[in-house]
Design a binder for this molecule. Structure first.
Ligand SMILES: Nc1ncnc2c1ncn2[C@@H]1O[C@H](COP(=O)(O)OP(=O)(O)O)[C@@H](O)[C@H]1O
Ligand SMILES: [Mg+2]
Length: 260
């Protein structure tokens, strides 16, 4: 007679379950904070503050901003969940990455102008794109979302008068886009964590700026879907640089369209 022993390695499964529990706990906390503050504002209004022309508009403004941030958070969570379940397909097309980035920056140039006119934060965007056509296959909507988030972070976490530099370079089998700012920087010990869901170096500051802590987590998922990489370097107090690399096949002569 003998015995049969079956061993399952459950460490991976357990890790997944733990991170899922952690995630549910994070979501609950993230929603409880704004809901609690909304509740307090509404209660005060309800108790008579609605009649006070000095307080009421300000309180309503806060409640509007907080509900907008919560809606944004839920929409971002839904889009992460779609990516987790693999139901969000990427819809790729060939684009010249150089033009693509230039278009996005044109849009930001407009924002710079209106921000300056409205007396908001002043900053400069510098481009170092080059003129070489770099054809890649990407989902343009999703990729625009990645660049938007990193640009918005650079603006959000920079002081007045900062310069944001956007560079694009081609290396052997990849292209690398970098976005550098002269902002407050990210402590070394946080650099690895900023791409985690809800991770923020300074929660209060992020929340004040309307942040959800999900932007970089979404960016990472999208870049992964494109078989690319995303990472950051930073020097505290001096600024940060975010990098995105994408696989790139330089076109060779043989790839030209045959004329018929
Ligand atoms: N350019 C930057 N400079 C300094 N800190 C940054 C920068 N970009 C991101 N961070 C840090 O990474 C965190 C996560 O970023 P993100 O996922 O976009 O969330 P959010 O912007 O909503 O707070 C931010 O809260 C901030 O602490
Ligand atoms: Mg962000």
């Amino acid at each position: 007679s003998g015995s049969v022993c079956v061993l399952h390695d459950i460490t991976e499964q357990q890790k997944n379950e733990n991170s899922q529990k952690q995630f549910v706990s994070n979501v609950s906390h993230e929603l409880r904070t704004p809901l609690t503050s909304l509740h307090a504002y509404i209660e005060t209004l309800n108790e008579g503050a609605w009649k006070d022309p000095d307080i009421a508009p300000q309180f309503l403004q806060v409640t509007q901003e907080e509900t907008e941030r919560m809606i944004r958070m839920i929409n971002e969570l839904l889009s992460l969940s779609r990516m987790d379940r693999g139901v969000s397909k990427i819809d790729v097309e060939w684009v010249n990455f150089n033009d693509f980035v230039a278009h996005i920056l044109d849009r930001f140039d407009m924002i710079v102008k209106t921000d300056a006119k409205e007396g908001k934060k002043k900053y400069t965007i510098k481009r170092k794109l080059g003129s070489q056509a770099l054809w890649v296959e990407i989902d343009t909507d999703k990729f625009a979302q990645v660049i938007d988030n990193i640009m918005n972070n650079a603006i959000k976490y920079s002081p007045d008068g900062g310069v944001i530099t956007v560079k694009l370079r081609q290396e052997q089998q990849k292209i690398v886009l970098s976005i550098s700012d002269q902002g407050l920087g990210i402590p070394r010990e946080d650099l690895g964590k900023i791409f985690d869901r809800f991770y923020r170096v300074d929660k209060a500051r992020s929340r004040e700026q309307g942040g959800t802590g999900l932007g970089l987590a979404i960016a990472k998922e999208i870049v992964n879907e494109h078989h690319g990489k995303i990472w950051a370097n930073s020097s505290e107090g001096k600024g940060s640089t975010f990098y995105i690399s994408l696989p790139y096949e330089p076109m060779s002569e043989g790839d030209d369209w045959d004329e018929v």
